[in-house]
Design a protein around this ligand. Sequence first.
Ligand code: GLU
Ligand code: ZN
Length: 472
Amino acid sequence: MIIKTRFAPSPTGNLHIGNIRTALYSWLFAKNNLGSFILRIEDTDITRYKKNSIENIINGLKWLNIDWDEGPYFQSKRLDRYNYIINNMIKQKLAYKCYCSKEELEKNKIEQILIGKKVKYNGKCRNLNNFIHKDNKSFVVRFRNPDNGIVKFNDKIRGTIIFHNNELDDLIIKRTDGIPTYNFCVVVDDWDMGITHIIRGEEHINNTPRQINIIKAIGAPIPIYAHVSMIVNKSGEKISKRFNNMDILQYKKSGYLPEALLNYIVRLGWSYGNQEIFSLDDMKKLFNLKNISKSPSILNINKLIWLNKYYLSKLSKTYMINYLTDFFEKNHININNGPKVNDLYNIFHDRCNTLKEITNLCSIFYRTPDYSKVNSIDKYLNLDTKIILNKLLKKFTLINVWSLLIISSSIKEISIKLNLNFSNIAMPLRLAITGMVNSPPINYIIYLMGQKKVLKYINNAINFISLNNIKL
Ligand code: GLU
Ligand code: ZN
Protein backbone atom coordinates (compact mmCIF):
# COMPACT_ATOMS: atom_id res chain seq x y z
CA MET A 1 0.00 0.00 0.00
CA ILE A 2 1.30 3.45 -0.87
CA ILE A 3 0.82 5.70 2.11
CA LYS A 4 -0.93 8.93 1.30
CA THR A 5 -1.72 11.66 3.77
CA ARG A 6 -3.10 15.13 3.48
CA PHE A 7 -3.25 18.49 5.18
CA ALA A 8 -6.69 19.98 4.68
CA PRO A 9 -6.94 23.43 6.22
CA SER A 10 -10.00 25.63 5.91
CA PRO A 11 -9.09 29.15 4.86
CA THR A 12 -10.83 30.67 7.86
CA GLY A 13 -7.83 32.38 9.40
CA ASN A 14 -4.09 32.19 9.72
CA LEU A 15 -2.10 29.05 10.34
CA HIS A 16 -1.12 28.50 13.94
CA ILE A 17 0.97 25.96 15.82
CA GLY A 18 -1.87 23.42 16.04
CA ASN A 19 -2.48 23.42 12.27
CA ILE A 20 1.20 23.17 11.53
CA ARG A 21 1.58 20.24 13.87
CA THR A 22 -1.16 18.39 11.96
CA ALA A 23 0.53 19.25 8.68
CA LEU A 24 3.95 18.27 9.99
CA TYR A 25 2.82 14.92 11.39
CA SER A 26 0.94 14.07 8.19
CA TRP A 27 3.90 15.09 6.07
CA LEU A 28 6.46 13.23 8.19
CA PHE A 29 4.36 10.11 8.29
CA ALA A 30 4.16 10.13 4.50
CA LYS A 31 7.88 10.80 4.12
CA ASN A 32 8.80 8.16 6.68
CA ASN A 33 6.86 5.61 4.64
CA LEU A 34 8.03 6.84 1.24
CA GLY A 35 4.48 7.87 0.56
CA SER A 36 3.02 11.13 -0.62
CA PHE A 37 1.45 14.14 0.97
CA ILE A 38 -1.19 16.40 -0.49
CA LEU A 39 -2.43 19.87 0.29
CA ARG A 40 -6.14 20.51 0.05
CA ILE A 41 -7.92 23.74 0.79
CA GLU A 42 -11.37 23.13 2.26
CA ASP A 43 -13.07 26.25 1.05
CA THR A 44 -16.71 25.37 0.52
CA ASP A 45 -18.00 27.48 3.39
CA ILE A 46 -17.46 30.92 1.92
CA THR A 47 -19.20 32.64 4.80
CA ARG A 48 -16.25 31.72 7.02
CA TYR A 49 -13.59 32.56 4.45
CA LYS A 50 -10.99 35.08 5.61
CA LYS A 51 -9.13 37.10 3.06
CA ASN A 52 -5.46 36.24 2.55
CA SER A 53 -5.70 32.99 4.49
CA ILE A 54 -4.84 30.82 1.49
CA GLU A 55 -1.76 32.92 0.89
CA ASN A 56 -0.92 32.71 4.57
CA ILE A 57 -1.26 28.90 4.56
CA ILE A 58 0.96 28.47 1.50
CA ASN A 59 3.59 30.92 2.73
CA GLY A 60 3.66 29.34 6.17
CA LEU A 61 4.19 25.84 4.79
CA LYS A 62 6.82 27.06 2.37
CA TRP A 63 8.72 28.89 5.06
CA LEU A 64 8.82 25.70 7.11
CA ASN A 65 9.88 23.65 4.08
CA ILE A 66 6.82 21.41 4.31
CA ASP A 67 6.30 20.65 0.65
CA TRP A 68 3.44 18.78 -0.95
CA ASP A 69 3.49 16.18 -3.70
CA GLU A 70 0.04 17.09 -5.02
CA GLY A 71 -2.20 20.10 -4.85
CA PRO A 72 -3.20 22.49 -3.63
CA TYR A 73 -6.63 21.13 -4.47
CA PHE A 74 -9.57 23.40 -3.83
CA GLN A 75 -12.91 21.97 -2.78
CA SER A 76 -14.66 24.92 -4.35
CA LYS A 77 -13.51 23.60 -7.74
CA ARG A 78 -14.94 20.15 -7.13
CA LEU A 79 -18.60 21.00 -6.65
CA ASP A 80 -19.73 19.07 -9.76
CA ARG A 81 -18.17 15.92 -8.42
CA TYR A 82 -19.86 16.32 -5.02
CA ASN A 83 -23.23 17.03 -6.60
CA TYR A 84 -22.93 14.04 -8.87
CA ILE A 85 -22.47 11.77 -5.86
CA ILE A 86 -25.21 13.48 -3.87
CA ASN A 87 -27.67 13.00 -6.72
CA ASN A 88 -26.76 9.35 -6.91
CA MET A 89 -27.20 9.01 -3.18
CA ILE A 90 -30.66 10.53 -3.46
CA LYS A 91 -31.54 8.08 -6.21
CA GLN A 92 -30.38 5.21 -4.07
CA LYS A 93 -32.21 6.58 -1.03
CA LEU A 94 -28.94 6.97 0.83
CA ALA A 95 -29.77 10.64 1.14
CA TYR A 96 -32.95 12.67 0.92
CA LYS A 97 -34.19 16.20 0.52
CA CYS A 98 -35.44 17.89 3.66
CA TYR A 99 -37.81 20.82 3.29
CA CYS A 100 -38.21 21.65 6.98
CA SER A 101 -38.03 25.33 7.72
CA LYS A 102 -35.76 26.88 10.31
CA GLU A 103 -38.78 27.57 12.51
CA GLU A 104 -39.93 23.96 12.31
CA LEU A 105 -36.49 22.66 13.20
CA GLU A 106 -36.26 25.11 16.08
CA LYS A 107 -39.66 24.02 17.39
CA ASN A 108 -38.64 20.39 17.15
CA LYS A 109 -35.46 21.16 19.03
CA ILE A 110 -37.30 22.89 21.88
CA GLU A 111 -39.77 20.01 22.17
CA GLN A 112 -36.94 17.53 22.45
CA ILE A 113 -35.14 19.62 25.06
CA LEU A 114 -38.36 19.88 27.08
CA ILE A 115 -38.81 16.13 27.27
CA GLY A 116 -35.10 15.65 27.99
CA LYS A 117 -34.26 13.93 24.71
CA LYS A 118 -31.06 14.32 22.73
CA VAL A 119 -31.56 17.01 20.10
CA LYS A 120 -31.75 15.37 16.69
CA TYR A 121 -33.52 15.87 13.40
CA ASN A 122 -36.92 14.18 13.80
CA GLY A 123 -36.82 12.44 10.44
CA LYS A 124 -39.93 14.14 9.08
CA CYS A 125 -38.74 14.20 5.46
CA ARG A 126 -37.02 10.82 5.51
CA ASN A 127 -39.67 9.09 3.49
CA LEU A 128 -40.84 11.81 1.13
CA ASN A 129 -40.75 11.02 -2.54
CA ASN A 130 -37.72 13.00 -3.66
CA PHE A 131 -38.77 13.01 -7.27
CA ILE A 132 -41.88 15.05 -6.73
CA HIS A 133 -40.65 18.60 -6.96
CA LYS A 134 -41.85 21.03 -4.40
CA ASP A 135 -41.92 24.18 -6.45
CA ASN A 136 -39.36 26.73 -5.38
CA LYS A 137 -39.26 25.39 -1.91
CA SER A 138 -35.76 25.44 -0.59
CA PHE A 139 -34.32 22.26 0.79
CA VAL A 140 -31.21 20.72 2.24
CA VAL A 141 -29.98 17.22 1.49
CA ARG A 142 -29.56 14.96 4.49
CA PHE A 143 -27.62 11.74 4.74
CA ARG A 144 -29.76 8.83 5.89
CA ASN A 145 -27.72 7.73 8.89
CA PRO A 146 -28.27 4.11 9.97
CA ASP A 147 -30.78 3.93 12.83
CA ASN A 148 -29.16 1.13 14.77
CA GLY A 149 -25.86 -0.50 15.40
CA ILE A 150 -22.51 1.05 16.13
CA VAL A 151 -19.64 2.71 14.33
CA LYS A 152 -16.33 1.43 15.55
CA PHE A 153 -12.86 2.49 14.51
CA ASN A 154 -9.38 1.89 15.74
CA ASP A 155 -7.68 5.21 16.26
CA LYS A 156 -3.90 4.91 16.01
CA ILE A 157 -3.43 7.21 18.98
CA ARG A 158 -6.48 6.51 21.11
CA GLY A 159 -7.33 2.88 20.42
CA THR A 160 -10.86 1.64 19.78
CA ILE A 161 -13.55 4.30 19.63
CA ILE A 162 -17.23 3.37 19.46
CA PHE A 163 -20.25 5.52 18.66
CA HIS A 164 -23.87 4.39 18.64
CA ASN A 165 -25.78 5.19 15.51
CA ASN A 166 -28.83 6.26 17.47
CA GLU A 167 -26.77 9.18 18.78
CA LEU A 168 -25.97 10.39 15.29
CA ASP A 169 -28.15 12.77 13.34
CA ASP A 170 -29.20 12.67 9.71
CA LEU A 171 -26.40 14.97 8.73
CA ILE A 172 -26.93 17.80 6.25
CA ILE A 173 -24.65 17.07 3.31
CA LYS A 174 -25.86 19.89 1.09
CA ARG A 175 -27.08 23.24 2.31
CA THR A 176 -30.01 25.29 0.99
CA ASP A 177 -27.55 27.33 -1.10
CA GLY A 178 -26.65 24.14 -2.95
CA ILE A 179 -23.17 23.87 -1.46
CA PRO A 180 -22.12 20.53 0.02
CA THR A 181 -20.89 20.50 3.61
CA TYR A 182 -17.52 19.70 5.16
CA ASN A 183 -18.33 16.20 6.46
CA PHE A 184 -19.41 15.14 3.00
CA CYS A 185 -16.71 16.80 0.89
CA VAL A 186 -13.96 15.49 3.09
CA VAL A 187 -15.14 11.92 2.51
CA VAL A 188 -15.35 12.28 -1.26
CA ASP A 189 -11.97 13.99 -1.42
CA ASP A 190 -10.18 11.46 0.74
CA TRP A 191 -11.62 8.74 -1.45
CA ASP A 192 -10.86 10.39 -4.80
CA MET A 193 -7.38 11.39 -3.67
CA GLY A 194 -6.53 7.95 -2.31
CA ILE A 195 -5.85 9.08 1.24
CA THR A 196 -4.82 6.12 3.40
CA HIS A 197 -4.16 7.85 6.73
CA ILE A 198 -5.95 10.81 8.26
CA ILE A 199 -3.96 12.56 10.95
CA ARG A 200 -5.85 15.49 12.40
CA GLY A 201 -6.86 17.23 15.62
CA GLU A 202 -9.01 15.56 18.24
CA GLU A 203 -11.77 18.09 17.61
CA HIS A 204 -12.65 15.92 14.61
CA ILE A 205 -13.27 12.71 16.61
CA ASN A 206 -17.00 13.40 16.72
CA ASN A 207 -17.08 13.88 12.97
CA THR A 208 -15.39 10.56 12.31
CA PRO A 209 -18.39 8.19 12.82
CA ARG A 210 -20.51 10.45 10.61
CA GLN A 211 -17.84 10.38 7.93
CA ILE A 212 -17.40 6.61 8.25
CA ASN A 213 -21.14 6.09 7.74
CA ILE A 214 -21.02 8.15 4.55
CA ILE A 215 -17.89 6.28 3.43
CA LYS A 216 -19.67 2.97 3.91
CA ALA A 217 -22.77 4.21 2.09
CA ILE A 218 -20.85 5.28 -1.00
CA GLY A 219 -18.63 2.22 -0.94
CA ALA A 220 -15.30 3.95 -0.36
CA PRO A 221 -12.45 2.39 1.62
CA ILE A 222 -12.20 3.48 5.26
CA PRO A 223 -8.91 5.25 5.93
CA ILE A 224 -6.85 4.83 9.09
CA TYR A 225 -7.39 7.59 11.64
CA ALA A 226 -5.05 9.22 14.14
CA HIS A 227 -6.51 12.03 16.23
CA VAL A 228 -3.86 14.15 17.87
CA SER A 229 -4.54 15.67 21.31
CA MET A 230 -4.95 19.36 21.82
CA ILE A 231 -2.31 21.88 22.73
CA VAL A 232 -2.79 23.78 25.98
CA ASN A 233 -1.03 26.67 27.63
CA LYS A 234 0.75 26.42 30.98
CA SER A 235 -2.50 26.78 32.90
CA GLY A 236 -4.05 23.95 30.94
CA GLU A 237 -6.30 26.14 28.79
CA LYS A 238 -6.84 25.05 25.21
CA ILE A 239 -5.17 27.37 22.78
CA SER A 240 -7.56 28.66 20.18
CA LYS A 241 -7.59 30.97 17.20
CA ARG A 242 -8.24 33.91 19.46
CA PHE A 243 -6.29 32.88 22.49
CA ASN A 244 -2.59 32.33 22.85
CA ASN A 245 -2.21 31.39 19.29
CA MET A 246 0.14 33.29 17.10
CA ASP A 247 0.03 33.21 13.33
CA ILE A 248 2.89 30.96 12.23
CA LEU A 249 4.41 33.71 10.08
CA GLN A 250 4.58 35.87 13.17
CA TYR A 251 7.26 33.49 14.45
CA LYS A 252 9.19 34.22 11.29
CA LYS A 253 8.86 37.96 11.86
CA SER A 254 9.95 37.53 15.46
CA GLY A 255 13.19 35.97 14.28
CA TYR A 256 12.68 32.27 14.85
CA LEU A 257 14.30 29.84 12.48
CA PRO A 258 12.15 27.28 10.66
CA GLU A 259 14.46 24.51 11.91
CA ALA A 260 13.84 25.52 15.52
CA LEU A 261 10.10 25.89 15.11
CA LEU A 262 9.73 22.50 13.40
CA ASN A 263 11.86 20.85 16.06
CA TYR A 264 9.71 22.50 18.71
CA ILE A 265 6.43 21.51 17.06
CA VAL A 266 7.39 17.89 16.39
CA ARG A 267 7.99 17.44 20.11
CA LEU A 268 4.57 18.85 21.01
CA GLY A 269 3.01 15.44 21.38
CA TRP A 270 5.59 13.13 19.84
CA SER A 271 8.75 11.74 21.37
CA TYR A 272 11.66 9.52 20.57
CA GLY A 273 13.29 8.43 23.81
CA ASN A 274 14.85 11.45 25.47
CA GLN A 275 15.98 13.04 22.24
CA GLU A 276 15.23 16.76 22.02
CA ILE A 277 17.10 17.81 18.90
CA PHE A 278 15.70 16.65 15.58
CA SER A 279 16.94 17.80 12.23
CA LEU A 280 14.49 17.51 9.36
CA ASP A 281 16.22 14.33 8.26
CA ASP A 282 16.01 12.86 11.77
CA MET A 283 12.32 13.62 11.86
CA LYS A 284 11.68 11.98 8.51
CA LYS A 285 13.67 8.95 9.54
CA LEU A 286 12.24 8.52 13.04
CA PHE A 287 8.67 9.74 12.98
CA ASN A 288 5.93 7.24 13.72
CA LEU A 289 2.34 7.27 14.95
CA LYS A 290 3.12 4.90 17.81
CA ASN A 291 4.98 7.52 19.81
CA ILE A 292 2.34 10.22 19.60
CA SER A 293 1.06 11.00 23.06
CA LYS A 294 -2.58 10.79 24.10
CA SER A 295 -2.29 13.57 26.64
CA PRO A 296 -2.48 17.27 25.80
CA SER A 297 0.78 19.00 24.93
CA ILE A 298 1.85 22.11 26.78
CA LEU A 299 3.16 25.17 24.97
CA ASN A 300 6.47 26.33 26.35
CA ILE A 301 7.96 29.35 24.66
CA ASN A 302 11.20 29.02 26.65
CA LYS A 303 11.86 25.73 24.98
CA LEU A 304 11.38 27.30 21.59
CA ILE A 305 13.80 30.07 22.53
CA TRP A 306 16.31 27.49 23.71
CA LEU A 307 16.00 25.58 20.42
CA ASN A 308 16.29 28.75 18.39
CA LYS A 309 19.50 29.71 20.17
CA TYR A 310 20.80 26.22 19.58
CA TYR A 311 20.09 26.38 15.83
CA LEU A 312 21.54 29.89 15.51
CA SER A 313 24.91 28.36 16.37
CA LYS A 314 24.38 24.95 14.89
CA LEU A 315 23.32 25.76 11.33
CA SER A 316 26.01 26.38 8.75
CA LYS A 317 27.50 29.86 8.55
CA THR A 318 26.69 30.22 4.86
CA TYR A 319 23.05 29.33 5.45
CA MET A 320 22.81 31.68 8.41
CA ILE A 321 24.40 34.55 6.53
CA ASN A 322 21.90 34.19 3.70
CA TYR A 323 19.05 33.95 6.15
CA LEU A 324 20.28 36.93 8.14
CA THR A 325 20.75 39.02 5.00
CA ASP A 326 17.17 38.28 4.03
CA PHE A 327 15.96 39.09 7.53
CA PHE A 328 17.78 42.42 7.51
CA GLU A 329 16.24 43.32 4.20
CA LYS A 330 12.75 42.48 5.48
CA ASN A 331 13.45 44.72 8.46
CA HIS A 332 14.48 47.58 6.20
CA ILE A 333 18.12 47.51 7.17
CA ASN A 334 20.32 48.46 4.28
CA ILE A 335 23.31 46.23 4.81
CA ASN A 336 25.36 48.32 2.41
CA ASN A 337 25.44 51.11 4.99
CA GLY A 338 27.07 49.06 7.70
CA PRO A 339 29.41 46.19 8.48
CA LYS A 340 29.46 42.99 6.44
CA VAL A 341 26.80 40.45 7.42
CA ASN A 342 29.59 37.95 7.87
CA ASP A 343 31.10 40.11 10.64
CA LEU A 344 27.73 40.72 12.22
CA TYR A 345 27.11 36.99 12.27
CA ASN A 346 30.47 36.37 13.91
CA ILE A 347 29.89 38.66 16.85
CA PHE A 348 26.20 38.23 17.41
CA HIS A 349 25.04 34.73 16.57
CA ASP A 350 25.99 33.15 19.87
CA ARG A 351 24.90 36.09 22.00
CA CYS A 352 21.29 36.23 20.83
CA ASN A 353 18.21 34.03 21.02
CA THR A 354 16.52 35.20 17.84
CA LEU A 355 17.27 36.95 14.58
CA LYS A 356 15.12 39.79 15.85
CA GLU A 357 17.50 40.26 18.76
CA ILE A 358 20.44 40.25 16.38
CA THR A 359 18.69 42.84 14.23
CA ASN A 360 17.92 45.01 17.23
CA LEU A 361 21.53 44.92 18.34
CA CYS A 362 22.79 45.57 14.83
CA SER A 363 20.61 48.61 14.49
CA ILE A 364 23.39 50.57 16.24
CA PHE A 365 25.34 50.41 12.99
CA TYR A 366 22.59 52.00 10.98
CA ARG A 367 21.52 54.97 13.05
CA THR A 368 23.08 57.95 14.77
CA PRO A 369 22.85 57.56 18.55
CA ASP A 370 20.34 59.84 20.20
CA TYR A 371 21.72 60.61 23.66
CA SER A 372 18.71 62.59 24.75
CA LYS A 373 16.70 59.36 24.77
CA VAL A 374 18.98 57.57 27.25
CA ASN A 375 17.89 57.44 30.89
CA SER A 376 20.21 59.30 33.30
CA ILE A 377 22.54 60.08 30.43
CA ASP A 378 24.61 62.51 32.51
CA LYS A 379 25.77 59.56 34.56
CA TYR A 380 27.75 58.52 31.47
CA LEU A 381 28.21 61.70 29.47
CA ASN A 382 29.43 64.44 31.82
CA LEU A 383 32.38 66.77 32.27
CA ASP A 384 34.53 63.99 33.75
CA THR A 385 33.90 61.57 30.92
CA LYS A 386 34.37 64.39 28.42
CA ILE A 387 38.07 64.28 29.26
CA ILE A 388 38.16 60.57 28.45
CA LEU A 389 36.25 61.03 25.21
CA ASN A 390 38.55 63.81 24.08
CA LYS A 391 41.57 61.63 24.64
CA LEU A 392 39.95 58.74 22.77
CA LEU A 393 38.99 61.03 19.91
CA LYS A 394 42.57 62.17 19.50
CA LYS A 395 43.92 58.66 19.72
CA PHE A 396 41.42 57.19 17.25
CA THR A 397 42.02 60.05 14.79
CA LEU A 398 45.66 59.05 14.61
CA ILE A 399 45.03 55.42 13.72
CA ASN A 400 46.10 54.66 10.17
CA VAL A 401 45.06 51.08 9.87
CA TRP A 402 41.73 50.48 11.54
CA SER A 403 42.17 47.06 13.15
CA LEU A 404 40.74 45.35 16.20
CA LEU A 405 44.19 44.97 17.71
CA ILE A 406 45.10 48.64 17.38
CA ILE A 407 41.71 49.78 18.68
CA SER A 408 42.02 47.52 21.73
CA SER A 409 45.56 48.65 22.51
CA SER A 410 44.59 52.33 22.06
CA ILE A 411 41.81 51.97 24.63
CA LYS A 412 44.18 50.19 26.95
CA GLU A 413 46.83 52.89 26.59
CA ILE A 414 44.35 55.59 27.52
CA SER A 415 43.12 53.67 30.53
CA ILE A 416 46.71 53.41 31.75
CA LYS A 417 47.42 57.07 31.05
CA LEU A 418 44.32 58.21 32.95
CA ASN A 419 44.77 55.59 35.61
CA LEU A 420 41.24 54.30 35.13
CA ASN A 421 40.09 50.75 34.77
CA PHE A 422 38.72 49.51 31.46
CA SER A 423 35.04 49.74 32.41
CA ASN A 424 35.38 53.42 33.32
CA ILE A 425 36.50 54.06 29.79
CA ALA A 426 34.26 51.57 28.06
CA MET A 427 31.02 52.90 29.48
CA PRO A 428 31.12 56.49 28.19
CA LEU A 429 32.63 55.19 24.97
CA ARG A 430 29.81 52.67 24.55
CA LEU A 431 27.23 55.38 25.15
CA ALA A 432 28.91 57.73 22.71
CA ILE A 433 29.12 55.14 19.96
CA THR A 434 25.90 53.17 20.42
CA GLY A 435 23.59 55.30 22.55
CA MET A 436 23.00 52.13 24.58
CA VAL A 437 24.01 50.98 28.04
CA ASN A 438 24.55 47.39 26.94
CA SER A 439 26.33 46.11 23.89
CA PRO A 440 28.68 43.33 22.86
CA PRO A 441 32.40 44.13 23.53
CA ILE A 442 32.92 47.74 22.62
CA ASN A 443 36.23 47.22 20.79
CA TYR A 444 34.43 44.95 18.31
CA ILE A 445 31.67 47.45 17.86
CA ILE A 446 34.15 50.25 17.26
CA TYR A 447 36.02 48.14 14.76
CA LEU A 448 32.88 47.21 12.83
CA MET A 449 31.44 50.70 12.98
CA GLY A 450 34.41 52.06 11.04
CA GLN A 451 36.69 54.99 11.81
CA LYS A 452 34.56 57.68 10.19
CA LYS A 453 31.41 57.01 12.16
CA VAL A 454 33.31 56.40 15.40
CA LEU A 455 35.03 59.78 15.20
CA LYS A 456 31.79 61.47 14.32
CA TYR A 457 29.86 59.91 17.21
CA ILE A 458 32.53 60.64 19.81
CA ASN A 459 32.51 64.18 18.57
CA ASN A 460 28.71 64.28 18.85
CA ALA A 461 28.91 63.02 22.43
CA ILE A 462 31.48 65.68 23.35
CA ASN A 463 29.27 68.39 21.86
CA PHE A 464 26.28 66.96 23.68
CA ILE A 465 28.16 67.25 26.99
CA SER A 466 29.23 70.82 26.25
CA LEU A 467 25.71 71.88 25.36
CA ASN A 468 24.19 70.21 28.38
CA ASN A 469 26.64 71.88 30.68
CA ILE A 470 26.10 75.37 29.25
CA LYS A 471 22.41 75.01 30.00
CA LEU A 472 23.22 74.17 33.59
N1 GLU B 1 -10.77 21.46 7.16
C1 GLU B 1 -10.70 20.87 8.46
C2 GLU B 1 -10.13 21.87 9.45
O1 GLU B 1 -9.50 22.81 9.06
C3 GLU B 1 -9.83 19.66 8.51
C4 GLU B 1 -10.51 18.48 8.01
C5 GLU B 1 -9.85 17.17 8.24
O2 GLU B 1 -8.65 17.13 8.53
O3 GLU B 1 -10.52 16.19 8.08
O4 GLU B 1 -10.29 21.68 10.63
ZN1 ZN C 1 -37.28 17.84 6.93
